[in-house]
Design a protein around this ligand. Structure first.
Ligand SMILES: Nc1ncnc2c1ncn2[C@@H]1O[C@H](COP(=O)(O)OP(=O)(O)OP(=O)(O)O)[C@@H](O)[C@H]1O
Ligand SMILES: [Mg+2]
Length: 261
């Protein structure tokens, strides 16, 4: 079967991908084969991202972008390959262990706030897995200090929030666990342009000022690549093109296939 992606040149190998990151690699995926049930979605997939670097996954629907985040977090069947954080293998840890002991947080693609709980209660839910509730309270308080939009509504049910505020709450809830890696699936989906900019500003602040490593999936390829240090173009469970975000924005194939140019 031929398709519009077949014309793409030679796929990058692990060495090419590694060269997009600094020496200080934070998260590594090596030769991963993973999927759901017996179905393999990702084929010999590699990924390298440094501490406080941002990496954006773009690609057509069904390419396996969310499956990469699911695999890092522990929602898929891993047939072979390795996932490491700071050189330590974490391939088979449960999502709870990943959140608690290695600091990986996953921000869901779907709307996941609890509408009838208050903003503050929603935030505290982010720390439900912590042994010390006191720490969750402190983190929640810090977040409320930082984000006025949430502070002003801390005692109101989350259903009164605007779409942008809701996304902010979803991101903030993950922060209660003080993660070092944020996995973010389609942060801009369903948001008006002004909120999209707000969400990217918040992610930028978390990357630059709080040194979070960010791996995001973004349908809005332009926004995603403008934001990110590096980008991978995923096609059929494999990386077809990879580069620095700014270089991909200038890449003819990326422009033609994903930027409407
Ligand atoms: N929970 C699941 N169980 C079985 N198959 C799944 C599951 N989630 C995804 N898939 C399949 O895996 C493939 C890749 O899906 P994935 O969600 O990773 O794509 P995506 O690149 O994120 O696409 P989109 O841009 O539409 O979000 C698809 O064929 C999809 O049907
Ligand atoms: Mg997806």
């Amino acid at each position: 079967m031929s398709n519009q992606y077949e014309v793409l040149g030679k796929a990058p190998d692990a060495e090419d991908l590694k060269n997009l990151s600094s020496e200080d690699i934070h998260l590594t995926i090596k030769n991963l084969n993973a999927g759901y049930g017996k179905m393999e979605i990702l084929h010999n997939f590699d990924l390298f991202v440094s501490k406080a670097q941002s990496l954006c996954l773009i690609g057509p629907n069904g390419a396996g972008k969310s499956t990469i985040l699911h695999s890092i977090y522990g929602f898929t069947n891993i047939f072979s390959g390795k996932i490491e954080i700071d050189g330590k293998e974490i391939t088979n840890l449960t999502p709870a262990e990943k959140l608690k002991s290695v600091g990986i947080a996953y921000i869901l693609q779907d709307n996941s706030v609890f509408p009838d709980m208050t903003v503050e209660e929603n935030l505290l839910m982010g720390g439900f897995i912590k042994d010390k509730t006191e720490e969750s309270y402190q983190e929640a308080e810090k977040i409320l200090d930082k984000y006025e939009r949430l502070r002003n509504r801390r005692n109101q049910p989350a259903k009164v929030l605007s779409g942008g505020e809701r996304r902010l709450l979803e991101i903030s809830r993950a922060l209660v666990m003080k993660p070092s890696v944020l996995l973010v699936d389609e942060p801009s989906i369903g948001l008006e342009p002004r909120y999209i900019d707000m969400v990217f500003e918040i992610l930028g602040d978390l990357q630059k000022n709080e040194k979070k490593t960010i791996i995001l999936v973004e349908q809005n390829a332009k926004k995603g690549l403008e934001f990110s240090d590096i980008g991978y173009v995923l096609v059929s469970g494999q990386t077809a093109i990879a580069g620095r975000g700014d270089d991909l924005l200038k890449n003819d194939d990326v422009g033609r296939l994903f930027l409407g140019g």
